[in-house]
Design a binder for this molecule. Structure first.
Ligand SMILES: Cc1cc2nc3c(=O)[nH]c(=O)nc-3n(C[C@H](O)[C@H](O)[C@H](O)COP(=O)(O)O)c2cc1C
Length: 226
């Protein structure tokens, strides 16, 4: 798969085959993602790759705390509710996903089930917990930028090898659970996790293609037509 094809066809995958992902393949993907640029070459990222029993404990711990009403506890600052165009785009993708999955607007049970899947990292066979060095705080914005780069590298490299991913903020909502089970070192901050596995092509949400603004709506060219 060439780069254009990978970038154009990649989409978030939320349904996975019950099939393990070889450790060597994950290492290859991480080696590619690890080529990401970072501010002054600081490379502040750390990746914790979970599968099997530890991953199941993380997903069940995360889900049950959310079900019990324990307030979300993340290690990065929460943005709160989105508004305006950001809220519109959030709703747009939710509508696309719910339509694909046949989840009606007023079906609270199915909606809750969907949210719970997110807290369980969509039952993916692998989860990569993405962390950065605590020493980057305060003012960790640049480290956040660096982690975005390495995380996009991960999902793109995985996609080019036939694997699917979803970057999954829901999966680390109860970060103390993740920290304890995955034994995240004290000098690292949990940013997010990436669910990964072989896409289940019969899972309807996997076919959803999120919409984008045309280039001219988000870009200004300055000095080109002078
Ligand atoms: C920082 C971040 C956090 C995300 N968290 C979640 C999540 O918790 N649950 C989920 O279903 N998707 C999550 N996503 C995936 C986005 O919903 C998805 O990227 C967006 O809707 C665009 O769709 P696409 O990836 O298929 O192009 C997250 C993406 C990012 C970048």
């Amino acid at each position: 798969m060439n780069l254009d094809d990978a970038m154009n066809t990649r989409r978030s995958i939320r349904g996975y085959q019950d099939k393990p992902v070889p450790k060597e393949l994950i290492e290859e993907i991480i080696a590619l993602a690890n080529r990401a640029p970072s501010s002054m070459n600081t490379q502040p990222w750390h990746l914790h790759v979970l599968t099997g029993d530890p991953l199941n404990k993380v997903r069940m711990g995360n889900q049950s705390r959310m079900m019990e009403g324990v307030p979300p506890s993340r290690e990065i600052q929460d943005h709160g509710a989105y508004e305006g165009v950001h809220r519109d785009r959030q709703i747009e993708i939710a509508v696309q996903l719910f339509e694909a999955m046949g989840i009606e607007r007023d079906n609270k049970e199915k909606r809750l089930d969907w949210v719970m899947r997110g807290f369980r990292q969509f039952d993916a066979p692998v989860s990569i917990v993405v962390c950065y060095d605590k020493s980057m705080e305060p003012g960790g914005t640049i480290a956040h930028f660096d982690l975005g780069a390495v995380t996009y590298g991960l999902v793109l490299a995985a996609w080019s090898k036939g694997l699917g991913c979803v970057i999954n903020g829901q999966g680390i909502m109860q970060s103390p659970v993740v920290r304890e089970i995955a034994q995240i070192p004290d000098d690292q901050i949990i940013m997010t996790c990436v669910a990964m596995g072989w896409p289940d092509d019969s899972f309807d949400a996997n076919a959803v293609v999120s919409r984008r603004r045309p280039v001219e709506n988000l870009t200004r060219f300055v000095g080109f037509d002078d």
